[in-house]
Design a binder for this molecule. Sequence first.
Ligand code: NAG
Ligand code: NAG
Ligand code: NAG
Ligand code: NAG
Ligand code: NAG
Ligand code: NAG
Ligand code: NAG
Length: 399
Amino acid sequence: MVSKLNILAVFLFSLSASKTQVEAGVFDVTSATYGAKLGSDITQALAKAWTDACASLTTSKVFVPMGTYMLTEASFKGPCKAPIEIQVQGKLQAPADGGKLTKPDTWVGFEHINMLTISGGGTFDGQGALAWKQNDCNINKDCKSIAINMRFNFVTNSIIQDITSLDSKNFHINILGCNNVTFHRVNVTAPGESINTDGIHIGRSTGINIIDAHIRTGDDCVSIGDGNKEINVTRVTCGPGHGISIGSLGRYPNEEPVVGIRVKNCTLTNTSNGVRIKTWPASPSDGIASDMHFDDIIMVNVSNPILIDQQYCPWNQCKQNVPSKVKINNVSFKNIKGSSATPLAVQIVCSSGIPCENVELVDIDLTYSGNKGPLTSQCSNVKPTITRVPKALACATSA
Ligand SMILES: *[C@@H]1O[C@H](CO)[C@@H](O)[C@H](O)[C@H]1NC(C)=O
Ligand SMILES: *[C@@H]1O[C@H](CO)[C@@H](O)[C@H](O)[C@H]1NC(C)=O
Ligand SMILES: *[C@@H]1O[C@H](CO)[C@@H](O)[C@H](O)[C@H]1NC(C)=O
Ligand SMILES: *[C@@H]1O[C@H](CO)[C@@H](O)[C@H](O)[C@H]1NC(C)=O
Ligand SMILES: *[C@@H]1O[C@H](CO)[C@@H](O)[C@H](O)[C@H]1NC(C)=O
Ligand SMILES: *[C@@H]1O[C@H](CO)[C@@H](O)[C@H](O)[C@H]1NC(C)=O
Ligand SMILES: *[C@@H]1O[C@H](CO)[C@@H](O)[C@H](O)[C@H]1NC(C)=O
């Protein structure tokens, strides 16, 4: 009897001890310590809660409850002493006027953090409408820098899940120098006409997974720059926007290779491109892009469903007739079905200086129902292996 009671006591004690510990690890911005109020600017409260949580010797959580809050900026800097979570249930709103931000190029930044979790179902609202109107970066090389909603710089072993980036002034999510980070059920929403609002841009990172994302925006859905390795993009829906893109590559000197990209089970709707690889002509140095695989993709009214473009030169900013020096090798497009919004559904235009190697087209089934001519395809400087592809889509013409 006594021993049974003792066991019960120990059990109850450990239960309450662990409960206290969990609560002790929660840094609620609306608590009396931090004082955040609904509808007001929580920049200071959030910064203080982060500083305390990051110094915690055990797992901690910064908590933003339901409701709408203003946020001028957030700079979440590590390293922290233990794993850390930021749980945002509410909606955070940036100043509409970019001039009011502390840093012109970043609204919410995460830097040098290991074992970070972001969760909660909340929204990061960049309030970008004014910035899109003022954006002249297409024509003005020295245009003002514009804030990215969320930057992840040198973040490792982390999970970002169940959040939404809304109406960013510039790119929504920028990933730089990260390793082993999963973005799970992260949504991006902005109008199809918003300028430069790429969904998720990945640069110089390894082991990044983008899974179950819904991305509707005005520019690339997911874009993958130089120096990326082991990137998976799985069950992502895109559209409107410019589609999933590797590149552009080969514009700058000394770019790092892109190796090991898997785009799988994605659906693109009404986008101006489907899956594409783009490199600039007249590259200043050699480059490599290899082991890139696009599987099980559905296209719905997509303008250029399958595209390799080694003559990518928007606004004529380059020497078009000098070939790209980026070598493209080991690429496959498998099980790609649906509808094209233009007759030219497959276009593989490789570099005349360094032709593409080991390109595979398997089970491609795209239709075109418009009146701008018959369905067709175009290939140059490439001899793809073609399996179960209708004639019209199997390199019917050369450039
Ligand atoms: C990658 O990050 C996750 C999430 O923190 C972690 O569970 C996993 O162990 C990490 N993988 C490696 C290889 O470190
Ligand atoms: C993301 O969008 C999907 C589809 O619209 C929705 O079901 C899901 O709840 C959204 N996730 C978040 C975090 O808002
Ligand atoms: C990407 O997917 C492949 C195949 O499913 C898997 O082997 C690999 O570990 C994944 N990469 C990451 C970074 O999780
Ligand atoms: C991907 O899509 C294919 C074909 O539609 C399906 O067989 C497979 O189960 C899907 N895989 C995942 C991981 O969703
Ligand atoms: C595609 O875009 C057009 C024009 O903006 C729009 O009318 C149509 O509803 C969209 N289709 C889908 C499937 O979203
Ligand atoms: C092609 O890429 C796949 C996936 O990354 C890799 O497993 C395979 O070894 C590569 N093939 C060649 C010939 O390099
Ligand atoms: C298909 O896409 C074209 C070009 O974006 C657009 O003009 C058209 O309205 C779309 N059609 C449908 C049925 O969504």
